[in-house]
Structure formats: structure tokens, C-alpha cells
Design a protein around this ligand. Structure first.
Ligand code: 1GP
Length: 241
């Protein structure tokens, strides 16, 4: 069995940076999957995340099974809600939306997930999820009916991340939102990174190798990219091993 969290901790210790390719089950074309994954395999990507704010046609399990049949990379669910949980993946980001005060996404969805998780082999990754304003109203904001934290509120962002660590989260995810116009600013990543002892995930609006490297250099341990690969698969050419 893959030990996802131990591998993330080990990479952090060694200063090895991790990249997750986000596959949205609502958007991926299964016929394209083999060629898409071939590009993933030739790139520096280390993880595959599967999820989206919604999955109207319940495609997640089918998509995860198809990915699993082709890749050795760890597959981690990044679910918008409890209906997107499938045992076919390797792990699950067990998210708590810490940036706002909607109990449904702070604890209710998590309670609803327990019957699916308690007899499952999915590795559970307790994750504090913090939405940061990426200058675009994202699907996550709409679905969760919450507002992101403004990028200028640095103290609030740091304290929210630290509250996550102190309440036992194993990971903090700074999220500008899928397709964000503005990714999480490097200065924010930097101060959050300096405050935390647990690994830091950053995603949303990262579209170039330059931005990816800047995000890593600012302190992200794992970066998540989805839209840039959906829009232009040739982006993988810039990220060859
Ligand atoms: C979204 O952080 C991820 O949840 C990835 O965002 O689609 O903008 O790369 P992008």
C-alpha cells in the first residue's frame, strides 16, 4: 500500500517538490485519458488529484478506475462533496473549509463521509482548506456559499493556517480557486510556510513553469495544477522530467 502522507513528509524533509495534476471528472474525456496520462508520466508530476466542486453525472468512480488502470502514481480524491468518494482511489484529502463559517463544509460533509470511510482502505489526509481571493468567483465559492479571504489579510490567512495545524490537520491547502486570475501571492505562501511545521499545498491559477517555480520557491511543498493542462496539454512539454 502506498503511504501517501509519509511520502509527502519525506519529500518535504529532502526539499523535493511535488506536483499534482488535477483531473476533473466532469471535464476529462475518457478516450483522451491514455494520451493525457502519457504526458503526465513524462512530466515531473508526482500525484494525481481527482475531483471538482460538482460531479453532476457521477463520473468520479469510473474516471478513477480508468486512471488506476494506466498509472502507478498515487491517486488522491479531492472531493467537492461526499458523493465523490470512491474506494478505487489511494487516498482522500479530507477537507475542512477553514476560511469561512459554513458548517456544512466545516464538519457536516465530513460526518456524512464517515460511513463510506470507516471500512475503506483509502488513506485519509486531514487537510485544512483555505480559499484565498483569486480575483474570480470560483465554483468552490458558489457551491459552498462562502467568500474567500482577501490576499491583503495576511495575518488572518496565517492564523487560519496555524489554527488548522493546531487542531490536528496534517496538511494546509491554500486555494485561489480553479481558473483563478491571480494565484496565491508568493508573500503569502512564504509567511504561511514559515509559520507551519506541516506540509503546504498551493493551487489555483498557476499556468506557467515560471509561476510553478515561483510557488515552489516561495515555500509550497506540493502544487496543484488543473486548468492549465485542460486548456493546453502542450504545457506538459515545459514540465518534462
Ligand atoms: C483547483 O487548485 C486547483 O482546486 C487547481 O487550480 O485549475 O486553476 O490549476 P487550477
Amino acid at each position: 500500500m502506498v503511504n501517501i502522507y509519509q511520502n509527502i513528509l519525506q519529500a518535504k524533509k529532502e526539499g523535493k517538490k511535488l506536483l499534482a495534476v488535477l483531473i476533473d471528472p466532469e471535464k476529462i474525456n475518457l478516450e483522451n485519458l491514455p494520451s493525457f496520462l502519457e504526458k503526465v508520466h513524462q512530466s515531473i508530476a508526482t500525484h494525481i488529484f481527482v475531483g471538482g466542486s460538482t460531479d453532476k453525472n457521477n463520473q468520479t468512480e469510473k474516471v478513477v478506475s480508468a486512471i488506476k488502470s494506466i498509472t502507478q502514481l498515487p491517486i488522491i480524491l479531492f472531493p467537492g462533496n461526499v458523493s465523490q468518494i470512491t474506494h478505487k482511489a489511494d487516498g482522500i484529502l479530507f477537507l475542512s473549509l477553514l476560511s469561512a463559517r459554513n458548517p456544512e463544509y466545516l464538519i457536516e460533509q465530513q460526518i456524512k463521509a464517515v460511513p463510506f470511510l470507516k471500512n475503506s482502505n483509502l488513506e485519509i489526509l486531514p487537510t485544512g482548506y483555505i480559499l484565498i481571493d483569486g480575483q474570480k468567483e470560483t465554483a468552490t465559492q458558489k457551491v459552498t456559499s462562502t467568500k474567500p479571504i482577501a490576499q491583503k489579510n495576511k495575518t488572518l490567512i496565517v492564523n487560519t493556517a496555524l489554527a488548522g495545524e493546531y487542531t490536528g490537520k496534517n496538511l494546509i491547502y491554500l486555494e485561489a480557486g480553479s481558473g483563478a486570475k491571480v494565484p496565491v501571492d508568493e508573500s503569502i505562501i512564504n509567511i504561511v510556510k514559515k509559520s507551519l511545521t506541516i506540509p503546504l499545498i498551493v493551487g489555483g491559477g498557476i499556468r506557467s513553469k515560471k509561476q510553478l517555480n515561483a510557488t515552489f520557491n516561495a515555500g509550497a511543498d506540493l502544487v496543484v495544477i488543473g486548468t492549465a493542462f485542460e486548456d493546453n496539454e502542450s504545457f506538459f512539454n515545459d514540465l518534462k522530467k
